[in-house]
Design a protein around this ligand. Structure first.
Ligand SMILES: CC(C)(COP(=O)(O)OP(=O)(O)OC[C@H]1O[C@@H](n2cnc3c(N)ncnc32)[C@H](O)[C@@H]1OP(=O)(O)O)[C@@H](O)C(=O)NCCC(=O)NCCS
Length: 250
């Protein structure tokens, strides 16, 4: 499915915003919006709902452009989901910071380095999360913070130039997995080391997605959960998508 909707045309009229046609992944629709780091065009604010404009007023000027672009991307993605409502009020922030979608729909937002992406789909009891991470600068200490001993062992054999994209891909998958969990499940985990990523291959060529399973183990969960994901390098960024089908586990 392409992204040829009125909402995309509207975003394109709001310079410096530029909508990207990203398309669908399975039953999920992804939409993207490029934004300026500093400027929030007044026309963009007009396309937000009342609830969202109120949030913008409370944000620092630094945080506004990304927030606005994320909400526009979410609106564009949701508009392309069959049967979705128009949501004139916009999407409020849930107490944990996640965007609140109307009943019957799920979605997630990420924004990094002037690109905002959002994913939306119908709620079939499956959460969804999306995450973008910048490749640069390399953060050598990240692996100590997010990889568990088994993952460290697995990555030990990689060459130095393959290692950083692989660590970043796992981080992005874990962030996306975190976002895909509903609140009670999310509170059962306190460290990314409780997540173990298994990938179908290593993340090397740009635009080539690798499938992944992310196993989440916690003494607060009766059984380990497995959420699914996919991850790819996209130029200077890593994009991960994750969806859970285990919301009944608690
Ligand atoms: C919340 C978090 C996932 C955001 O990720 P990020 O890489 O910093 O930023 P991104 O741009 O990718 O995502 C930001 C968006 O995530 C969404 N978000 C924020 N909190 C969220 C949450 N608890 N659940 C789902 N989505 C959330 C919001 O839509 C936000 O954009 P908005 O404020 O414009 O609406 C991240 O900061 C975080 O807290 N990760 C978990 C860290 C942690 O506690 N790990 C240990 C336990 S697993």
């Amino acid at each position: 499915m392409g992204l040829e909707w009125e909402s995309i045309a509207a975003i394109q009229r709001m310079l410096p915003y530029k909508a990207l046609s990203v398309g669908t992944v399975g039953r999920w629709v992804i939409a993207g919006v490029c934004y300026d780091r500093v400027i929030v065009p007044p026309a963009a604010l007009l396309h937000l709902g009342r609830v969202e404009r109120k949030i913008v007023e409370e944000l620092s000027t630094y945080a506004r452009p990304a927030f606005v672009a994320g909400r526009l991307a979410l609106r564009a993605a949701l508009n392309a989901v069959p049967g979705s409502p128009t949501c004139p009020e916009g999407f409020r922030r849930a107490t944990d910071g996640a965007p609140a979608l109307p009943g019957g729909f799920m979605g997630s937002i990420t924004h990094k380095a002037c690109l905002a992406l959002a994913v939306a789909g119908a709620d079939c009891g499956v959460g969804v999360g999306i995450d973008l991470e910048s490749k640069l600068p390399e953060r050598s200490k990240l692996s100590d913070r997010i990889l568990n001993a088994d993952e460290m062992k697995e990555l030990r054999l990689l060459s130095p130039c393959d290692l950083w994209p692989e660590v970043l891909a796992r981080f992005s998958l874990k962030e996306a997995a975190f976002k895909s969990l509903t609140a009670p499940l999310r509170y059962a985990i306190h460290s990314f080391k409780q997540m173990s990523v298994r990938m179908s291959g290593i993340v090397r060529s740009t635009g080539v997605f690798q499938d992944a399973d992310i196993e989440i183990a916690s003494d607060r969960l009766p059984v380990a959960l497995v959420v699914h994901g996919m991850v790819a390098l996209l130029g200077k960024q890593v994009l991960a998508l994750s969806w859970a089908d285990c919301q009944d586990a608690m």
